[in-house]
Design a protein around this ligand. Structure first.
Ligand SMILES: [Fe+2]
Ligand SMILES: [Fe+2]
Length: 246
């Protein structure tokens, strides 16, 4: 039994969204997902998909993408990404009823893996616009957007706290924390997300969303304050699922 994670499948079996436009790594990326997940993940393993599953805007437009995900081996747990328009955070229970026994949607709840609770939410990071000087150093940013970002971070923190609380009430003391957005933005050393991770002494923080060589280093990777931070964006991993826990 093992716990794996992979993010940003960006499937488009029904939507007209060829991913090749985003670089060589995305060429037939669905074939790589199928191949590598089947090579790595066993039927008894758990695979957390950390958001941006489908380009479909409504559930009916994601049907084939979900069928693809369902065919992958292991227990599949899905987190919300910024592109997952089919998923209204307040209606997660409906999704869990509709996909009962096939897929689990992680939002305002938790999932169990051995003695660990898998908790999470989409998260949020302020991504600018930043103003640069001639040398390319950041000298300012859009403050109105920054205010808006703070509200979104607050909302996501409420959702994340609820996920932790439910797991704690059920008796869990060990946690793996999943986010779609990176835990910090390019200006931050810490954030409310790193603080809650430390408050609950989580074993690992797993996130994705960062695409392309130039963005992979946007946030924390490796050990920070005793917590392991893992970036699992599909293109970062060339679509090979990352081992989170054996
Ligand atoms: Fe993405
Ligand atoms: Fe994303």
């Amino acid at each position: 039994m093992a716990l794996y994670a992979l993010g940003d499948l960006h499937l488009s079996f029904q939507a007209d969204k060829p991913m090749d436009a985003f670089g060589k790594v995305w060429k037939h990326h669905e074939r790589k997902i199928e191949k590598y997940v089947n090579q790595t993940v066993g039927a008894e393993d758990t695979l957390v998909l950390t958001g941006d599953h489908s380009w479909g805007r409504k559930l009916a437009e994601c049907r084939e993408d979900f069928a693809f995900i369902e065919r992958l081996p292991g227990h599949k747990i899905l987190l919300r990404g910024n592109h997952d328009m089919f998923w209204d955070a307040n209606k997660t229970e409906r999704l869990n009823e509709a996909f009962d026994g096939r897929l689990f949607f992680l939002q305002n709840n938790y999932a169990a893996y051995r003695e660990y609770a898998l908790v999470g939410t989409k998260g949020f990071t302020f991504e600018g616009p930043f103003y640069l000087n001639r040398r390319g150093s950041i000298i300012g940013w859009d403050e109105e957007r920054e205010e808006q970002a703070k509200r979104l971070v607050d909302r996501e923190m409420r959702r994340l706290r609820l996920s932790f609380q439910k797991a704690e009430e059920a008796g869990y003391r060990k946690f793996i924390m999943f986010l779609h957005y990176p835990p910090t933005n390019i200006l931050e050393q810490t954030s409310p997300f790193t603080e809650i991770a430390e408050e609950y002494h989580v074993t690992a923080v797993v996130y994705s969303h960062c695409h392309g060589e130039s963005r992979f280093g946007d946030s924390i990777r490796g050990d920070f304050h005793g917590i392991r931070y893992l970036l699992v964006s599909g293109d970062y991993l060339n679509f090979r699922p990352e081992l989170v826990l054996p």
